[in-house]
Design a protein around this ligand. Structure first.
Ligand code: NAP
Length: 293
């Protein structure tokens, strides 16, 4: 298929590379020039990338970024053609998603929200899980593209519901990780180190995908960004905003948000969200020791 891929960040670049590898005709664009994907053509604007594309796929930071890529000067809107499909793999607001979809629908363009879970490792290995909202028949046409970049996709309902489900997923990741980090901090303070705790965690019902993914990084004290703290913080805000709109109270997430607020003030935005552990350590006056510590 002819695909325009917009946004070559931690997630987008490997996704575009996997589309090329699967034999699709890919044109890429990134706001900051200089990022390229081998085997793909590079365009100088979203409008240029989208010209002649059957599918326009986005992976950018947030709601404002999607709005500007679609509707800003030299945005995708200038190149919309009837029958085209826009797919958004960024994590953004469900209500803004519905508005964007409405605006392009009047031009005969389909809109599918397909945020992902699987992080950097999933993107690089082509094993992402897509959390999808949109028309069933349109989603059917995207199957070869989902297969090139991921291992599974789940349709959650109409447009906007992929984003809604994604926020509900990241809410859990943020809270589960903070539970893990608090547990390691307390155990360390009470004299049980992380390497002694981990086999117990993994053998019990406490085990989780979040712990499986994060424990090796924590043990190595590698807080380089797989999922930057600033983006998880953005998702926490999106979930709290959606909760407010729907009149839902999320007390645990509100508390986690306060930790992220302090972490951001302390300059952790570009580290992985796992770095929130170091705040807990600072407050407790301990360091969770890992293999190389
Ligand atoms: P990233 O590495 O920070 O990349 C962000 C991308 O968005 C870059 O290409 C950046 O362009 C572009 N961008 C930012 N603001 C823009 C704007 N105003 N206009 C146009 N482009 C703009 O982020 P990422 O980790 O790839 O994440 C991308 C999306 O996937 C986010 O919504 C994130 O929440 C979601 N996500 C990430 C993960 C993860 O583990 N990393 C997992 C699941 C979902 P520049 O190069 O010019 O800055």
């Amino acid at each position: 298929m002819r695909v325009a891929f917009l946004g070559l960040g931690i997630m987008g670049r490997p996704m575009a590379a996997n589309l090329v590898k699967a034999g699709h005709e890919v044109t890429v664009w990134n706001r900051t020039p200089g990022k390229v994907v081998e085997g793909a053509r590079s365009a100088s604007s979203p409008a240029e990338a989208a010209t002649g594309a059957e599918v326009v796929w986005m992976s950018v930071s947030d709601t404002n970024a999607v709005e500007s890529v679609l509707f800003g000067s030299q945005g995708v809107e200038q190149s919309l053609a009837e029958g085209m499909t826009i797919v958004d793999s960024s994590t953004i607001s469900p209500s803004a998603t519905r508005k964007f979809a409405e605006r392009v629908r009047s031009r005969g363009v389909h809109y599918v929200d397909a945020p992902v879970t699987g992080s950097k490792v999933g993107s690089e290995s082509g094993t992402l899980i897509f959390i999808v909202g949109g028309d069933e028949a349109v989603i059917e046409t995207l199957k070869p593209l989902f297969a090139a970049m991921g291992k599974q996709f789940f349709r959650m309902g109409e447009t906007g519901k992929g984003q809604a489900a994604k926020l509900a997923m990241n809410l859990q990741i943020a809270i589960i990780y903070e539970g893990f980090a608090e547990a390691l901090t307390l155990a360390t303070k009470l004299g049980v180190d992380a390497e002694t705790m981990l086999p117990l965690i993994q053998a019990s019902m406490v085990r989780s995908g979040v712990v499986d993914y994060k424990a090796p990084f924590v043990l190595k004290r590698d807080f380089s960004p797989n999922f930057p703290l600033r983006l998880m913080h953005k998702d926490i805000h999106l979930a709290l905003d959606a909760a407010k709109e729907a009149r839902v109270k999320l007390p645990a997430l509100e508390t986690v948000e306060e930790i992220y607020e302090v972490a951001s003030e302390d300059g952790y935005e570009n580290l992985d969200y796992a770095a929130t552990l170091t705040l807990l350590e600072k407050w407790a006056g301990v360091e969770v020791k890992g293999v190389s510590a």
